[in-house]
Write a protein that binds this ligand. Structure first.
Ligand code: ZN
Ligand code: ZN
Ligand code: ZN
Length: 362
């Protein structure tokens, strides 16, 4: 991905609009979004300082500097030596800046040190600037998300061919991880395999439970491919569905499909949540749908926009998010169907395309 000068130009325009004198970005995804460089979450400070007028400088530990690739001369690099005081240097770069937008994922230690050096400085969260830029993806970013989705779709199809019964959740999740990495992901973010009653906990951590005949199994996994995230959920049923499962699954599928169809520019995030929720409530499962409908996805698995009651954000072309309703019966079973979709000029493109019916496995 290139275009870093453009992105820095866009963020500078947003800073001017909001009277922000400088933007500081440390670990997290804002930094690679603006520079192509992802900092390791070290105790040594890494910080991109973008003054409203002036050259951006990426302050990095000297030993990390060789990993920085300045793609189109978009910024300068300052590698600090082990005996330097990098906070003093950043403080100098911020000279004259009274309003500073600080990256949301910056260690508080560095923020506190900068505050101590100049108590007149006013800090605001950088997400107020960055979210508005990152929320609409470029065609290249959507292509990366499409490719990541394609990989996990293939893994779902592969998992439909393997045996689940007699294996632990951990063992099955290990196979999901291995197949996803083999399919082209660099790293994984999460790997939920939740069988039987464990499925009722949406973020269950796969453990020692041995999967058995008659279990419903929630498989929800994702990771990073070329810096962009995947996230999909499909249901597996071992031999036969548990009691009450089929009726609920029909409702869930209909709710998920209706919500995807409701997505288009101009509707609100909350209204999409309501489409799925209303159908689930009408069918009598309302109190068993215990989370928001979806979340944005990009360089982070969870980012803006959030599809949740009360969010009046208006959907625009280029936004990419999950549609993932679920129904959870405590102590019994759980179910969720999750696709990532991209908003187009007049509707929606599904990035995940694997079969949404539950897969019967042995
Ligand atoms: Zn989740
Ligand atoms: Zn998921
Ligand atoms: Zn998700």
């Amino acid at each position: 991905m290139s275009d870093f000068s453009d992105r820095i130009g866009n963020v500078k325009a947003a800073m001017a609009d909001r009277n922000v004198d400088a933007l500081c970005v440390s670990v997290g995804s804002d930094l690679p979004y603006l520079t192509g460089y992802r900092a390791m979450p070290l105790e040594r400070v890494t910080m991109l300082v973008i003054p409203s007028n002036g050259r951006p400088v990426l302050v990095v530990p000297g030993l990390e500097a060789p990993r920085v690739d300045v793609v189109d001369g978009a910024f300068d690099v300052y590698g600090w030596a082990e005996s330097d005081d990098p906070i003093a240097y950043i403080d100098q770069l911020l000279h004259g800046a009274t309003s500073v937008a600080m990256g949301d994922e910056t260690w508080s230690r560095f923020v506190l040190q900068l505050q101590e050096r100049n108590t007149a400085r006013d800090f605001t969260p950088a997400s107020e600037l960055m979210a508005a830029l990152r929320i609409r993806k470029s065609p290249l970013e959507i292509e990366a998300l499409r490719n990541a989705a394609h990989t996990v779709d293939a893994v779902v199809d592969e998992m439909a061919q393997v045996r689940f019964s007699g294996r632990t959740e951990r063992d099955v999740s290990r196979e999901v991880i291995d197949r996803t990495i083999a399919g082209g992901h660099e790293t994984m973010d999460f790997w939920i395999v939740a069988s039987g009653p464990n499925g009722a906990s949406p973020h269950h951590e796969p453990g020692d439970r041995v999967i058995e005949s008659g279990d419903a199994v929630v498989v929800d996994f994702g990771g990073y491919q070329n810096g962009y995230c995947s996230d999909t959920t499909r249901m597996f049923v071992v031999d036969r569905p548990p009691h009450g499962f089929d009726d609920a699954f029909e409702v869930l599928q209909a709710a998920q499909a209706a919500a995807v169809e409701a997505v288009r520019p101009g509707v609100t995030a909350a209204s999409i949540d309501a489409v799925a929720r209303d159908l689930i409530v009408e069918a009598g499962y309302g109190e068993l749908f215990i989370h928001r409908l979806g979340h944005g996805i990009g360089m982070d698995t969870h980012e803006h926009p959030y599809l949740v009651e009360g969010n009046d954000l208006v959907i625009e072309p280029g936004m990419v998010f999950s549609i993932e309703p679920g129904i959870y019966v405590p102590d019994d079973w759980g179910m969720r169907i999750e696709d990532i979709i991209a908003v187009t000029d007049d509707g929606v493109e599904r990035l995940n395309r694997s079969d949404r019916s539950y897969r019967v496995v042995s």
